[in-house]
Every structure is written in C-alpha cells, then in structure tokens.
Design a protein. Structure first.
Length: 457
C-alpha cells in the first residue's frame, strides 16, 4: 500500500511519467514524437533560433537602414541577423520550415551546419533542400524512421513510378522508370534485396505493364509471381532464347515509331531519338520491365560453348540497356556481386544501369562496383550497414546524389496474392506467349507459404 501511495504522490508521478516517456521513445518513437518530441522541438526552435544561427555562423550584418533604425529607436548594440524563418509546419515524423537566405549565402552554407543544428535542437537528423533561389527548406526528423518502416500515404502511384522504400529523411523513395530507366540492385544473402524486388514487383503488378523475369535459380525467386508474369526463364538456356525475342520486340517497336513519324525505314535504331510515349495512346505498346535475378549466373561459364552463349546474352542485355528505353523496355538487374571479374561486357552493362541500390554486401569491392563510379562518398555508408538491419540500403544515381533507404516488410504470400489478384492485367504480347509460365487453377487459388521474416520493416 505504501508503494502505491508513493507512486500516487507528485514525485512518484514524475518518475512514472519519465519512465513511460523513455519506454515510448525506445519502443514507439512515433507516439513519443507526437506527444512530447514535437512540442519540445518547436519550443527549442522558437526560443533558440537566433542564438543557434549565430553559433553556426549563419548570421549576417544587418542592412544599413535597419542598423540606423535600431540605433535611433533603442540605442542597443547592433547584432547580426539570422536568415528569415518561415512558418513551422509539424509532420508525423518531424518539422519543416523554410529559410530565406541573406545576400551572399548559399544552400551549402546551411547544409554544412546540419549536424550542429541537429544537436542544438535535439532531433534525429536535419536535411536541407533548395526550394528556389534564395530559399531553402529545413526538414527536421524527430526519430530514426528506418527502424520501423511506415510508408507515407502517397495516393495512387503514377504510371511507372513506384514508391518502393522509405528514405532516411522520411520521404518515399520512388522508383521512376521514366527518369531512371535501368537499375542495378546488389545485396548479399539475407540483406533484403529480395524484399526490395518483391515490393517493386507488386507495385508494378497493379499497373498495365508487362513483367518479364529471368531467374536462373530455377525460378525460386520469381516463380511465386507467375500469374502476373508475361514470360519467365529459369535457367541460362531459356534466358538465351528469351533475350533475342525481347530484342526483336524492341526492333518492332522502333519500326512502329518509324512508320508513325515518317522516319525512313532504313534508319538505324541508334539514330532514332523519339520513344513510344510520343505515339497515340491507342497505338502505344505496353511497357515491359525485365527482372534479371542473380545476373552473375548469366556470366558464369564452364565450357567454350557456354562462353559463346554467355557473350551472346551479355551483348543482348547491353543492347536492351542502350536502346530499350525509347521502346518502353526497362531493366532491373540484381545480384549478390557484380564486377569486371564476371567477364567481358560486365563493366559496359553496369555503365548503362544509371540507378543503383546497394544493400549490405560481403566486401568493399562490391560496394565500390555499385556506387564508386557515381557517388564515392556513399561507399562507406554501404559498407557500414549492419547485418541485423535487413532491408537497409544505399540508393544513388548518376547525378551523384545518394540516400539511405529501407524497404517495408512484405511477406511472400502477400506478394503472391497481389500477383494472383492482378493476373487479369497481363497484357497480350504474342511474341512472349511461349515463355508465359504455366499456372494451374490450384496455384491460382492456393496461398503461398510465408517466408521467414528476414527484412523487418
């Protein structure tokens, strides 16, 4: 009874509330942020904004007119002024507000102080994004949003734009095929690479897109999605038959563009700069996304005959990567490792894959192969991914920008159910009909057993 009375006393209530706050911050950071973190951070920003900006070197001398007005009105000491701050807008994961930079300042000046701003205002991270000349937006993230991934509501995805993961700044990472047509995804076993592809494939399954798979692990990765696939090759021999068909499909689409736009029939495909999106909607071929799982299996050879087959397939993949975008054919290449040691054509193929996603890898060379040529500073971030955080990855592109992302958890049974429900969206592509995976009525009705929870979101 005495313990109960002590707990009910004011001092005991403070202890209980403090313990509850600590527990909520560790176990339910989103709840903690909404109840305590948000109001505390707003108070910190409002009360310390001027002094923090001054300490970070982001203040400037006031204008001559303002200095004369201050001397005339108050006779106070003239102090430097910080950038003008906009309205603070709370979000479910942090805060955001805009700054109007003073003359002579640039966004890089604010970005260089992001770490000091983070500590001064007691938040998890601060990100700076230019809005327009002279204006930047500060995004304050209150907690590590990649610990428990909750994708923000983005409405109906646009065509060929799939929100597939969450970025560390709490924005969705969108796979946009119209901007970055081809991508390379690397990751060691149990790194979350399959979870990333699973989310991407189910997002595309809901759109009018033809999905084609090459899975040389006898189809164990892509076979559960067979009801939604237009074609599936499960070994190098089948892949060697499928790729020429895709090349022919690409060439036929170029012929369609030539006929529609009046281009001479003898013009080389390499010289045609238009694409299928310029065609009328009723004549436009359906986009094709080719998933290549464990691409190294296409490069490995045992005999000279296999070497000839390998060279032919690699050449066809390179042609698809170089010319496929205009024909509406996009590549998603993934593997555990991808490097020049795979053989002739590997580096050339990689150069055509402008998007890069690197999960945890087993060696630094793999991270360098994925990110070293586009964002060298991202290699260290990829090498520091811990094994106990599956699904965490570093995403970059040829612009040099990069960010950490994490894919939400999606079970194999849930992904397979989406593909069964969207099986009616499989487009008619006669050239790929003989590669269409056979799906029995039992498989269409039966759930796929869930895989172990290896990439917790």
């Amino acid at each position: 009874m005495s313990d109960l009375l002590t707990a009910l006393m004011p001092g005991g209530s403070v202890v209980v509330l403090g313990a509850g706050a600590v527990w909520a911050r560790q176990r339910h950071p989103a709840v903690y942020w909404a109840v305590l973190g948000l109001p505390l951070s707003v108070v910190r920003v409002l009360t310390s904004y001027g002094s923090v900006m001054d300490a970070c070197g982001l203040t400037v001398a006031p204008s001559r007119l303002r200095a004369l007005a201050v001397r005339a009105a108050t006779r106070r000491e003239i102090r430097p002024v910080p950038p003008r701050r906009g309205v603070i807008r709370p979000t479910s994961t942090g805060l955001r507000f805009r700054l109007r930079l003073a003359p002579g300042q640039e966004p890089a000046d604010v970005a260089a102080s992001a770490e000091r701003l983070r500590h001064a205002w007691g938040v998890h991270a601060v990100y700076v994004a230019p809005v327009k000349p002279g204006v930047v937006e500060l995004r304050l993230v209150g907690f590590d949003v990649l610990t428990r991934v909750r994708m923000p509501r983005t409405g109906t995805p646009d065509e060929l734009r799939i929100p597939v993961a969450l970025r560390e700044d709490a924005l969705p990472f969108v796979r946009d095929y119209l901007t970055i047509p081809h991508q390379l995804t690397l990751g060691a076993t149990l790194s979350g690479k399959s979870m990333y592809l699973r989310n991407l494939l189910t997002g595309l399954a809901r759109q009018p897109v033809a999905l084609v798979g090459i899975d040389c692990k006898r189809g164990v990765e892509l076979a559960p999605f067979a009801p939604r696939l237009s074609a599936l090759a499960t070994d190098p021999h089948e892949a060697g038959e499928l790729l020429p068909v895709l090349i022919k499909e690409m060439e036929d689409r170029y012929d369609l563009i030539q006929a529609r736009q009046g281009i001479a029939p003898g013009t080389r495909a390499e010289d045609i700069t238009s694409d299928i999106w310029g065609l009328p909607e009723d004549e436009r071929p359906v986009p094709v996304v080719l998933f290549v799982d464990e691409v190294a299996e296409l490069f490995l050879v045992a005999t000279r005959k296999d070497e000839e087959r390998r060279d032919e397939m690699v050449t066809q993949l390179i042609r698809l990567a170089q010319l496929g975008r205009a024909a509406g054919i996009y590549l998603e290449v993934s593997g555990q490792r991808f490097g020049a040691e795979l053989g002739k054509g590997a580096t050339m193929l990689r150069a055509q894959l402008s998007g890069r996603v690197c999960h945890r890898v087993n060696d630094e060379a793999s991270a360098k192969m994925a990110l070293g040529d586009i964002a060298p500073e991202a290699v260290g971030a990829a090498c520091s991914i811990a094994p106990e955080r599956p699904g965490l990855a570093v995403a970059g592109d040829t612009s040099g920008g990069w960010t950490r992302i994490r894919t939400p958890y999606l079970s194999l049974s849930e992904a397979a159910a989406v593909c069964r429900e969207t099986a009616s969206l499989v487009p008619e592509l006669p050239a790929l009909a003989r590669f269409r995976p056979a799906v029995t009525a039992y498989e269409m009705a039966s759930p796929v057993p869930a895989s172990p929870r290896t990439a917790l979101g």
